[in-house]
Write a protein that binds this ligand. Structure first.
Ligand code: F6P
Length: 535
């Protein structure tokens, strides 16, 4: 780590001392226009981070950290096609997939844009064909980045869905494929096998099961299977003809891949025009990310707020709380995006990270979460920074009163987290209920909210394809900036390998064709239990 970086971290750590005692309400008292200063806009999206304990000095120090980390240079390297995924020797160019009318993008001296546009156009033609050919159902079989993105977006954009029904199968658990196939007509179903490597065991097992089902039930797998992959050899070996294979290059990481062929199921669902609007939203955020200066830059500030909460204040988790029922899969999508990207212990140069890696990301849509886990967020002993999201307008014109209540709940939560309720206020409430003495004291103590709990709020006009594209691109760049500042490679995922290897080795042991003798006592006992209890 450079001296400049060390100095920037130290400056922040010094500022952190005593920061937890500083109440945000005091920050608003000192600076009544704080909300105007501690926010950014990108297009019509607003990010408000004024309900945090970041003050002017902290903001300046955070921006200095970004500068010391060379975020601007690293950003240019990423967009310019440099090999920034150093442990896999790859460029990182998912941004090229939404570079609809931008400049050439060079990888090894060759412009990749003609191929990107040609594939997009083939996808559009194929989507049009599927949408007009009597196909009633599409099943995307994929996992991780080959599932979460399109599944999240299909749900998010359901008001724009005018194509065949789209289903997703990901889990190796036979329940997933079996529950999905039940009730579908094999003659009018299209199966899309989505796998960057076309070697992932879950996906290939499910694909073979779906193919057998189709054959048994009068469908024609030769015509009703398509593939999304970087491996032409493997798709051909599976028997999917080249005209129904939509390829992409290894510079598109799995969890960043929904902008290209992996988004085909979404495109079939909402049509090529709406899909293009989604790409345009992503591209608009790219333009903002490359052009906006310092504190005006939304992905940069979003990342710096995250660094402040996790690495400086020590809050290990982050709750993503969309007040948008159709963003129900967004927390899971962000979980992969952030935790697979920045959940690492080793810096790019192989040294141990001197600070914690990225945060644990989790969440659920509001208002449901309010009636489940918000208790801990408000009164638990740990501080959990929250990220609220809400649209100014819903898609249900007859139900605007629902939407008003939704927005009111979202804003009330961030207000409650900041404001809290003091012991004196709790005592007053109990006294008004007629309690006195020890009982009043006891009951009041349970009704105290510490307050001063941080949150950011993202508001957007309406969840349409363009806005969804902006939001996803915002988070991708936020993860990128956090990764640069932490000094790690956000684009590999070696941490998933060991479990995969051991699962492959354990399969014959579970099946009983191989002995469990070389396993540890716990694993042996668990295998023994399964073998004794299955029919
Ligand atoms: O196991 C993790 C992972 O490699 C993810 O990074 C990826 O999104 C997922 O598996 C699926 O991989 P593939 O698209 O190659 O099937």
């Amino acid at each position: 780590m450079t001296d400049k970086m060390n100095a920037a971290w130290s400056a922040l750590e010094t500022l952190e001392t005593g920061v937890n005692d500083r109440h945000m309400l005091n920050l608003f008292e000192v600076d009544a226009s704080r909300a105007d200063t501690f926010q950014c806009t990108a297009g019509d999206i607003l990010l408000d981070y004024s309900k945090t304990n970041i003050d002017g000095a902290a903001k300046t120090a955070l921006l200095a950290l970004a500068e010391a980390a060379n975020v601007t240079e690293r950003r240019a390297a990423m967009f310019g096609g440099a090999v920034i995924n150093e442990t896999e020797g790859r460029a990182v160019l998912h941004t090229a997939l939404r570079n609809l009318d931008g400049d050439p993008v060079l990888v090894d001296g060759a412009d990749v844009m003609p191929e990107v546009h040609a594939t997009l156009s083939r996808m559009g033609d194929y989507a049009d064909l599927v949408r007009s050919s009597g196909i009633t159902d599409v099943i995307n079989i994929g996992i991780g980045g080959s599932d979460l993105g399109p599944a999240m977006a299909v749900m998010a954009l359901s008001p724009y869905h005018d194509g065949p029904s789209v289903h997703f199968v990901s889990n190796i658990d036979g329940a997933d494929v079996s529950d999905t196939l039940r009730g579908l007509d094999a003659k009018t179903t299209l199966v899309i096998v989505a796998s960057k490597t076309f070697g992932t065991i879950e996906t290939m097992t499910n694909a073979r099961t779906a193919r057998a089902w189709m054959l048994e039930n009068g469908g024609k797998p030769d015509e009703q299977f398509a593939a999304l992959s970087t491996s032409e050899e493997r798709t051909a070996a599976f028997g999917i003809p080249a005209e129904r294979v939509f390829g992409f290059e290894d510079w598109v990481g799995g969890r960043y891949s929904m902008w290209g062929p992996i988004g085909l199921s979404l495109m079939i669902g909402i049509g090529r025009e709406a899909f293009t609007a989604f790409l345009r939203g992503g591209q608009a955020m790219d333009t903002h990310f490359c052009a906006a200066e310092g504190a005006e830059n939304m992905p940069l500030m979003h990342a710096l707020v995250g660094i402040w909460h996790n690495q400086i204040c020590g809050h290990a988790t982050r709750a993503v709380l969309p007040y948008d029922q159709r963003l129900g899969l967004l927390p899971a999508y962000f979980q992969q995006l952030e935790m697979e990207s920045n959940g690492k212990s080793v810096a790019m140069d192989g040294a141990q990270l001197p600070r914690h890696s990225g945060p644990v990301v989790w969440g659920e849509p509001g208002t449901n979460g309010q009636h489940a886990f918000y208790q801990l967020i408000h009164q638990g002993t740990r501080v959990i920074p929250c990220e609220f999201m809400v649209a100014a307008e819903g898609h249900e014109p007859d139900l605007t009163h629902h939407h008003q209540l939704l927005v009111a709940n979202c804003l009330a939560q961030s207000e409650a987290l900041m404001r809290g309720r003091s012991l004196d206020e709790a005592r007053e409430i109990m006294a008004a209920k007629g309690l006195t003495g020890d009982e009043l004291e006891r009951q009041a103590a349970h009704r105290v909210f510490a307050g001063n709990r941080p949150s950011v709020t993202i508001v957007y006009p309406k969840l349409d394809p363009f806005v969804l594209g902006q939001i996803i691109s915002l988070y991708e760049h936020r993860v990128f900036v956090e990764g640069i500042i932490l000094g790690l490679n956000s684009y590999d995922q070696w941490g998933v390998e060991l479990g995969k290897e051991l699962a492959t080795a354990l399969e014959p042991v579970v099946a009983g064709t191989q002995s469990a003798d070389d396993k540890d006592g716990s694993t042996r006992g668990l295998v023994d239990y399964v073998q004794r209890h299955r029919a």
